[in-house]
Design a protein around this ligand. Structure first.
Ligand code: ZN
Length: 419
């Protein structure tokens, strides 16, 4: 077993990253892809990787790779990584714990002098959060072959700047975009450390969660158009009101999601825009988003199909014009049982209690699962709070996750095969 993680290193890493903040006057940390502050954070991480004895590379979409060489340079590497971009007014652990934790794990392995055959690579995935360009998991999505260079020209931020023009500005377009793509066999195994972002581990009093599968999102954008009319002078039978129609669809969505009777099938309408949005006007148009997540591909597809059909039925009955588009439709993925087995063995050897669980939130590992055997380690989130300045996991809890991660990475890096 390796010596324990150095809590000071973890604390310093997280506190330093938190200082790269585009909105220091506001609570929490804001650091979106390729902002000045995020670029500074990227430089800090690259320096830290170098100080830890790693070779640093970047690819054409801005993923960062820090590699600790193994005895067999040709062997497929073992990966561990997460992200350093944030939502607006974020906490300081979501993503960052996995990056700082993976670098600390590599430092522990190197300091121990233990041999490993395979290279161990810490990956910082570009923009896991959809904050700037509206699409999440940009770096890992490109690796999985779901984001072409052409498509980066169609992703815009709120200022009308495209992802492509940012890649060009920062010199990434000089790199080979084809090399971003990863294929089966390129990566031996991947383990991401992440905060749980839910209260299960805290409630159970268990320090480690081993993720058995990651739920995937489907996003549907819906627009209903009716007739904008006077709220006083228009009789109820002469209306083409979009608001009750949307209410009907939203309640049906809730009913459908609940009907599966499990904890993994969830559906949310979190954003509604009504036009003209006036108390004395029958709205002529409403736009809303539907977010459906599930661990079962079949259930998610069925729910998506049913709600889309229902939108058409409601529109027809109420004589409205309905448009909807399914914009993201990621596949849920199960963790690799053999990688999971290594993590379980590691926890048992370290005598650390663990709990097997599904991740309702998605992570870069969801896309990594498309080309590499993957599993994740969760550490507790206080009160389950995340994407909020109050997000909190103690340094001791993260260090416990890093202990599991480091020993598991070392074990994986000496495995011939996963069979
Ligand atoms: Zn995250």
């Amino acid at each position: 077993m390796l010596p324990q993680a150095d809590k000071n290193n973890i604390r310093t890493g997280l506190q330093t990253l938190a200082q790269f903040d585009s909105a220091p006057e506001q609570a929490g940390t804001t650091r979106v892809l390729f902002s000045d502050e995020e670029n500074k954070a990227r430089s800090y991480i690259k320096d830290l990787m170098q100080q830890t004895g790693m070779t640093v590379q970047e690819d054409a979409i801005g993923n960062i790779f820090g590699t600790l060489a193994g005895n067999d340079p040709d062997a497929a590497p073992v990966w561990s990584g997460s992200h350093i971009d944030t939502v607006i007014n974020a906490g300081m652990y979501d993503g960052m714990a996995g990056v700082i934790g993976a670098i600390e794990a590599c430092r522990m392995i190197r300091a121990s002098g233990e041999a490993h055959q395979r290279p161990i690579t810490v990956v910082v995935f570009a923009s896991e959060e959809p904050t700037r360009f509206g699409t999440g998991c940009i770096g890992s999505r490109a690796m999985a072959g779901h984001l072409s260079l052409e498509q980066t020209k169609e992703l815009y931020d709120d200022n009308g700047i495209s992802l492509y023009s940012e890649l060009e500005r920062l010199g990434y377009t000089k790199l080979d975009y084809d090399a971003v793509r990863k294929h089966k066999g390129d990566v031996f195994a991947s383990v991401e450390l992440h905060i749980e972002q839910a209260p299960v581990l805290e409630q159970l009093g268990i320090p480690i969660g081993l993720v058995t599968g990651i739920c995937a999102p489907t996003y549907i954008h819906v627009t209903l158009k009716g007739e904008q009319k006077h709220a006083g002078s228009t009789p109820m039978n002469a209306r083409h009101d979009v608001v009750p129609a949307a209410a009907d669809i939203i309640l049906q969505l809730e009913h459908l999601a609940r009907s599966y009777g499990n904890t993994h099938t969830v559906a949310t309408v979190g954003k509604i825009q009504v036009f003209p949005n006036a108390s004395n006007v029958i709205a002529g148009e409403i736009r809303f988003t539907i977010d459906i997540r599930d661990i079962s591909k079949e259930t998610k597809q069925e729910l998506t199909k049913n709600i889309c059909n229902y939108i058409q039925v409601v529109a027809k009955l109420r004589h409205l014009d309905a448009k909807y588009s399914v914009d993201t439709d990621d596949l849920p993925h199960m963790s690799d049982p053999k990688v999971l087995h290594v993590l379980e063995d590691t926890c048992q050897s370290l005598q650390i209690p663990y709990h097997k669980m599904t991740s309702g939130a998605y992570h870069d590992s969801l896309l990594v699962a498309e080309f590499a055997p993957m599993a994740m380690i969760f550490v507790p989130s206080k009160d389950g709070i995340s994407h909020d300045p109050a997000e909190y996991t103690s340094i001791a809890e993260i260090a416990c996750g890093v202990d599991v991660l480091a020993n598991a990475l070392l074990h994986l890096a000496n495995m011939q095969s996963l069979n």
